[in-house]
Write a protein that binds this ligand. Structure first.
Ligand code: GMT
Length: 380
């Protein structure tokens, strides 16, 4: 059999640990394990777990704060660094996560380097579903996609929305997200429940996010309030973000401060999921909902809104329940159903684990990306 050469891939992503950053990092690790050389071109080195891998390299984007600039031109600095790395590392292709500004900087960097390498852009969600609604940015997103050799979306819903809203020249390809099964699997919870002040017999509803308005955390708190009227349950709100302070205030106003626990950002998500019975994800926009996969992989069924890409992950009545956006009464009813019926809960748990293993397994998804990498590398 013909042995394919290992590739040198430039990866551009947000270094923060949002879902797109997580996917970019996990994909890089798994590609590196397959022998490819992964070159991260980013503003910061957030990925402690990337440092040790011999096939993973980091090229920092530095911005000089010249007095002439009111705003330091990050996009240009990124393009410049991309051009340098294309040349010095003799890259075979670029993989860009998130359209703005990354796809545009990649196009510019490639041009600066006078290079013909292939560019894969992966759209993650708000780069289209929020930025695409701004007429000025819509053209920018379209330009970034048109300049890419191949553009992927993380769900079929995002693919459709991008085609309708942005109207790119080329079709898009859906490649679903995945998780690292070595990290996300059912684990022993240890003493975490008591450390968080949760009683042994109390049920736990969990929500994990970046606390942005699209996550509709007031809906989560209200749904929980209704659950708590009929069941002995606590709500764990995990993460940090712009809405957090207002949510803490809301919880105090509702007198729920003893029952709603804000944990802040945590690294021990599998352990937190191990003490949880149900996940709430009641967002108004969600291209995929990576956190749902993490929950399924750890044996936690979900109650989630039937919007965006969520119905491609949550199968209603199988591994979770879908509810209409804003229907807090139904969200509470569905959560109660799962909290009170052990058999139903156990069957949803099994089905969620099967969803991860069958539809979203990392080996399958990484192989899909690897095939695209070869296609893009061969496009020069
Ligand atoms: O735009 C965001 O909310 C952040 C973004 C990210 O970088 O974490 O999340 C998007 O990408 C994730 C990974 O593909 C998806 O799982 C999220 O559903 C998506 N968020 C939205 O569409 C709101």
């Amino acid at each position: 059999m013909l042995k394919l050469k290992k590739l040198k891939v430039g990866v551009i992503c947000y270094p923060s640990l949002g879902g797109s950053g997580v996917v970019a990092t996990e994909l890089g690790k798994m590609m590196a394990d397959r022998g490819h050389e992964m070159h991260y071109i980013t503003s910061g080195m957030p990925f402690r777990f990337l440092e040790a891998h011999p096939n993973i390299h980091f090229h920092e984007v530095k911005i000089d704060g010249y007095a002439v600039f009111k705003y330091p031109p990050y996009d240009i600095a990124l393009a410049n660094r991309i051009a340098q790395v294309i040349e010095t590392e003799k890259l075979d292709l670029l993989h860009v996560h998130y359209a703005v500004p990354h796809a545009v900087s990649a196009a510019l960097g490639k041009d600066m380097a006078n290079s013909t390498i292939g560019v894969i852009t992966t759209l993650h969600g708000t780069d289209v579903t929020i930025l695409g609604h701004d007429p000025a940015l819509r053209n920018t997103v379209r330009y970034g996609i048109n300049k890419s050799t191949i553009t992927t979306t993380v769900s079929e819903s995002l693919r459709q929305e991008t085609l309708e809203l942005i109207g790119p020249e080329k079709d898009l390809l859906t490649i679903y997200n995945f998780i690292d099964e070595d990290k996300y699997h059912p684990v022993e919870p240890g003493r975490l429940k008591s450390e968080l002040g949760i009683g042994r017999d109390e049920k736990v509803i969990i929500h994990i996010s970046n606390f942005r308005a699209v996550k509709r955390i007031p809906d989560i708190i209200e749904s929980y309030r209704r659950v708590a009227q009929q069941s002995n349950a606590k709500l764990l709100l995990v993460g940090e973000g712009p809405e957090k302070a207002a949510m803490e205030e809301l919880v105090r106003e509702l007198g729920l401060q003893d029952d709603v626990i804000f944990t802040g950002k945590r690294d021990d998500l599998p352990e937190l999921l191990a003490i949880s019975d149900v996940m709430f994800l009641l967002s108004e926009k969600e291209a995929f909902g990576l956190v749902l996969l993490e929950a399924f992989a750890c044996g936690v069924p979900s109650v989630a809104t039937a919007i965006g890409g969520i119905p491609e992950v949550v199968e209603d009545g199988v591994n979770g329940f879908l509810v209409e956006l804003g229907d807090v009464a139904m969200a509470a009813d569905r959560a109660l159903q799962l909290l009170m019926d052990d058999q139903l809960h156990a069957s949803f748990q099994r089905n969620g684990l099967a969803t991860v293993a069958n539809k979203f397994h990392s080996t399958t998804i990484v192989t899909q990306y690897e095939k695209l990498y070869y296609e893009a590398a061969g496009s020069q």
